[in-house]
Write a protein that binds this ligand. Structure first.
Ligand code: URA
Length: 290
């Protein structure tokens, strides 16, 4: 056991070597980096932010389902595998935190690699960090994150049981000269997604979850393919194929609404709940449709 994860670790090393080349090219072409705002004066946020106030508009009608325990295999196997995966993900997170492959590297406060259970059955992938995530270096910790937590709980899972990441690892801003402004978020563009693609692909390959849930059109199109609209991708499982790495076992992906979209359009929640129930059905989570 462990050889698959070791193969992935080798793959990761090859990827890191390739990235050095990209970094060299970026340094050799400084005009690209100079086109964006100067880097924030510090990469760390002084002091920690107070916890987000609970927002009553986040109260949702996702029913709560009971959690199920994962099937047990040999304890020793699980421990070794987990250590390998944790090491590979930590190494990758370090690379992400010092990444300057695209201009977002110059304007972020903190890169947001992702977090969660390395042996998760379910992985959620959003589009990119927002204001709060940029400050905390953690995915989905703002208002949309509070709703995502409720969606996860409604599935009968805890946040600690799943892995949460984004397509883009740094905060895309409409006005990078004013990172302190609220409402300054935008979706990552094609160049930023291309620069970050290998990171999310490596994360998925290392974790190798049973199901990926793509949150919103950006994540769905990046991972499944551009079928025109989120609606064309929702409502069915797709076999996940990655560009840069081969998966050790088949991973299914399903698309649903981004929690931020659900905050804006609460009447889409019932459709999102249908999507989540499709995954719950497959995992045998209680509370799924009969
Ligand atoms: N929106 C996202 O897509 N990701 C986050 O981490 C937060 C908000």
């Amino acid at each position: 056991m462990g050889h698959q994860v070791r193969d992935l670790a080798r793959e990761l090393k090859r990827f890191l070597a390739a990235q050095d080349e990209d970094e060299f090219l970026l340094t050799a072409a400084p005009s690209r980096a100079a086109a964006v705002a100067p880097a924030a004066s510090s990469k760390t946020v002084p002091g920690s932010l107070p916890p987000m106030a609970q927002d009553s508009t986040l109260e949702v009608d996702f029913p709560r389902a009971a959690a199920v325990q994962p099937a047990a295999t040999s304890q020793e196997d699980l421990t070794v595998k987990k250590a390998d995966k944790t090491r590979s993900l930590d190494e990758l997170a370090q690379v992400i935190k010092s990444c300057t492959r695209c201009p977002l590297g110059a304007t972020r406060l903190n890169a947001v690699p992702g977090e969660g259970n390395v042996n998760a059955d379910v992985m959620f992938v959003g589009e990119g960090p927002g204001f709060d995530e940029d400050r905390q270096g953690r995915p989905f910790v703002g208002r949309a994150g509070q709703l995502l937590d409720k969606m996860i709980a409604a599935m009968g899972l805890a946040r600690e049981q799943v892995f949460i990441a984004n397509i883009a690892k740094c905060h895309p801003m409409t006005d990078p000269l004013h990172p302190e402004k609220h409402g300054n978020d935008r979706a990552p563009n094609a160049e930023e997604i291309a620069c970050c693609r290998k990171y999310i692909e490596q994360q998925i390959a290392i974790i190798c979850p049973k199901y990926v849930i793509a949150l919103g059109g950006v994540a769905a199109k990046a991972l499944i393919g551009d079928a025109g609209s989120l609606g064309a991708l929702r409502g069915k499982f797709h076999n996940l194929h990655l560009d840069s790495v081969e998966l050790q076992k088949s991973v299914q992906i399903i698309a649903t609404f981004h929690p931020a979209a659900l905050l804006r359009n609460p009447n889409w929640k019932k459709d999102a709940w249908q999507d989540l129930q499709m995954v719950m059905d497959k995992l045998g989570l209680k509370g799924a449709r009969k």
